[in-house]
Design a protein around this ligand. Structure first.
Ligand code: C5P
Length: 276
């Protein structure tokens, strides 16, 4: 085997409960993460003489896939030269986890290509050194995440569809968390562990970073109102933004909402949870 292709899906946080900043600068989270069908990057990992990462619009060494390769080589203690080629569809600074998903796909791809036999548990450990969201994408599916995002636990399947809208503004994760710190602590976590089905899911979702994202980018208000006006049951900020998800009952409802959006608010994708 000289080459493997790994699909790198986007994710949505159906709940993102954020606590006060820790001494290490990270925030404790309790979040329900869902890998999405309908929006993914493609990651091809090829045997090569030296390490390289090709990804339009991202400098090679800034790419989380590059950092993933460094972390993997450090963990196994030998060079694993590969060429990684990433076809991007998931926008950056959108809160959809695109860079993290590419990094996890790279780890999975190199494990397979070199027959390392590390498996998901070990890959999740290595992924935690690359970024808070990277461990989730090693397995994907639906998972509760704690810690700074890297402590994963099983979750029940969820059913919904969503229209994603990517406003022109991008939001850097660190800046959103810093603004969160200025805005005061959100209400306590109710400890819910089971997501209800739609339409009750629409009332259950929560993203504590929304006030911070809106304070940094008031332009998010107009597309959020447009999604609600087009019939989405609830509008949810994706991760730390800036992408917005209009939650819908099913794919047909989501496609109808996408069609009703005003011309200035172009849908990015209609998505559903990845099926197990
Ligand atoms: O872990 P990652 O590199 O993806 O995090 C990017 C930035 O987001 C961190 O430097 C930190 O400012 C913020 N962050 C946070 N709490 C988390 C995850 C990320 O404050 N749980």
């Amino acid at each position: 085997m000289d080459e493997v292709l790994v699909s790198a899906p986007a994710k949505l946080n159906l709940r993102l409960v954020v606590g006060p900043v820790r001494p290490d600068g990270y925030h404790p989270l309790r979040t329900l993460m869902v890998a999405l069908d309908g929006l993914c990057d493609d990651v091809v990992v090829r045997r090569a003489g030296a390490r390289s990462v090709a990804c339009p619009g991202v400098a090679e060494r800034d790419n989380l896939a590059w950092r993933a390769l460094e972390a993997l080589e450090g963990a196994v203690g030998r060079p694993l030269p590969v060429h990684v080629e990433i076809t991007k569809r998931i926008p950056a600074q959108a809160g959809l986890g695109g860079g993290s998903s590419d990094a996890a796909a790279t780890l999975v791809g190199v494990d397979r290509l070199y027959g390392l036999g590390l498996g998901p548990d070990r890959l999740e450990e290595i992924a935690a050194a690359v970024g808070s969201d990277v461990p989730f994408f090693v397995r994907g599916g639906v998972r509760w995440a704690g810690g700074r995002g890297e402590v994963l636990a099983a979750a029940d399947p969820v059913a919904f569809a969503a229209v994603l809208v990517k406003p022109p503004v991008g939001l850097p994760t660190g800046a959103v968390y810093h603004t969160f710190d200025r805005l005061g602590v959100p209400p306590p976590d109710d400890g819910a562990t089971r997501a209800p089905s739609m339409p009750r899911l629409a009332a259950w979702v929560r993203n504590d970073l929304w006030p911070a994202a809106l304070a940094l980018a008031p332009a998010l208000g107009a597309p959020a109102r447009a999604l609600a006006g087009a019939g989405a049951r609830r509008v949810l900020l994706c991760g730390s933004g800036s992408c917005l998800a209009g939650l819908c009952d099913d794919a047909a409802h989501a496609r109808a909402v996408a069609e009703r959006l005003p011309p200035a608010v172009r849908p990015l994708a209609v998505v559903e949870p990845v099926r197990a």
